[in-house]
Design a protein around this ligand. Structure first.
Ligand code: ATP
Ligand code: MG
Length: 415
């Protein structure tokens, strides 16, 4: 692609993360190209090309199974705050597409290490901002005034954490100071954009370290206020253990090339706030435990969505993982069907995590592990045993019949 652009008389460079990663001897995740060819000109050169974006027009070129993003050099637009951009979008859509020189393109980028260009015409790396020096020193520094650059786009704070963790780099002092000061600016970022960033942060394969770094800079509190305030309230070893195990678990899966879903991690991150809210609803509004739990799930998901917009398919999965916890604990007649549920595996993994954080659940976890290994007959026997035990217990308690915790369970159409 670079050569085709070059042969057509344009300048073309690899840029950004791929140059950075290759110089570090790492395999780039994807490739980005920057060029002085305009989007329409790029389109003329490549058959498998699609122009995307309204504010910033970019070319996506299919390269085998991958998509390479080809962007025309851009200059900084003064104050591209989101409101401003939206205003432009209403009327003069393309006004925001201010093309520039390669050097202007370099200065508008976030970190110095992300503003390196690989030039195919002489196989050199072009460095306008001092990125090579940072790369040698293992430092992340923002281009220009750190406070200005973070105000312009607070997501850069999350990117700083992501790159620092992934590359094992130190965040430079100016950037660090500005981050601590400007962490609350995260609230200015549209909730939908934060979902993408947060997914990248936690599915990176370094979720645990990311979590700790975000906490260190006060950024976690901005993203997950309810979870953070519980962690801060002390006496939450339980909860901390659950989070750490959940994050470790996800990192392990990434390392083993197993699929990870943001739904599972989000379910882990918000579980304690749900339990906490459920307890409050019970105590303050006298709700029954199960009603309170279900209401709390809704409350917490709604609160969280104000910060991070969860696509519906994920909030549904999260709710399923949570609501299956009580059904798993109940081990009722529907257990046979429960194992067929598309979210069973995730819910079972979630139960195991809870079991690691809370030894009282150990027996329950073993039971479900054994249950899955049995055939239908074996499973039915296991269920009968549980039921016998349960009715013995009920009789001992004086035959009080249906306990309060039976609501919404085995009779629920939801499974
Ligand atoms: P990754 O390995 O995660 O892909 P990356 O550096 O390639 O890292 P991208 O999000 O793919 O990150 O962005 C590509 C390049 O675009 C970055 O290297 C950077 O130069 C520029 N960039 C991306 N996001 C921003 C931003 N918020 N502000 C300024 N420049 C940005
Ligand atoms: Mg990239």
């Amino acid at each position: 692609m670079l050569y085709r652009l070059k042969n057509a008389g344009y300048d073309a460079f690899l840029v950004g993360g791929c140059v950075r990663d290759m110089l570090l001897g790492r395999e780039p995740k994807d490739f980005d190209v920057a060029t002085n060819a305009l989007p329409e000109e790029i389109e003329q050169l490549f058959r498998n090309c699609r122009l995307i974006g309204r504010r910033f027009r970019l070319a996506h070129i299919m390269f085998g199974k991958d998509i390479v993003e080809v962007a025309t050099f851009r200059a900084t637009t003064p104050q591209t705050g989101d409101d401003e951009a939206r205003q432009l979008e209403d009327g003069l859509i393309l006004r925001d597409n201010v093309y520039g020189t390669i050097e202007e393109d370099a200065w508008r980028r976030d970190f110095r290490v992300n503003a390196l260009y690989y030039n195919i015409s002489d196989f050199s790396v072009v460095d306008y901002t001092g990125g090579l020096e940072d790369l040698r020193n293992g430092v992340l520094s923002l281009i220009g005034d750190a406070r200005v650059r973070l105000r312009e786009d607070p997501v850069r704070m999350l990117r700083a954490v992501r790159f620092a963790v992934k590359l094992g780099f130190r965040i430079d002092d100016d950037c660090e100071r500005a981050m601590v000061e400007l962490a609350p600016d995260i609230q200015k970022v549209p909730a939908a954009r934060l979902f993408d960033e947060v997914s990248k942060l936690f599915l990176s394969g370094f979720a645990l370290q990311t979590f700790e770094t975000l906490r260190h800079y006060g950024l976690f509190a901005q993203l997950f206020p309810a979870t953070d305030s519980l962690l801060e309230s002390g006496d939450r070893d339980h909860m901390h253990r659950l989070l750490v195990r959940g994050l470790e678990n996800s990192d392990k899966r990434v390392a083993e090339d197993k699929p990870v879903t943001p739904a599972f991690l989000l379910a882990v991150l918000m579980w304690e706030p749900v339990l906490d809210q459920a307890l409050r609803l019970e105590q303050e509004r006298g709700m029954k435990p199960m009603d309170a739990l279900y209401a709390a799930m809704g409350d917490i998901l709604q609160q969280q969505a104000e910060r991070i917009a969860l696509p519906r398919r994920f909030s549904i999965q999260i709710r399923e993982i949570w609501s299956m916890q009580s059904r798993l604990e109940r081990r009722g007649k529907r257990a046979l069907k429960l194992v067929q549920h598309p979210r069973f595996r995730a819910a079972y993994d979630f139960l195991l995590l809870r079991g690691e954080a809370n030894p009282e659940l150990a027996e329950m976890c073993d039971w479900w592990t054994a249950f899955q290994e049995r055939n239908d007959n074996g499973r039915e026997n296991m269920l009968k045993k549980v039921q016998r035990k349960r009715s013995r217990r009920r009789r001992r308690r004086g035959g009080q019949g249906q306990g309060g915790d039976e609501h919404g369970g085995d009779d629920g159409g939801a499974d």
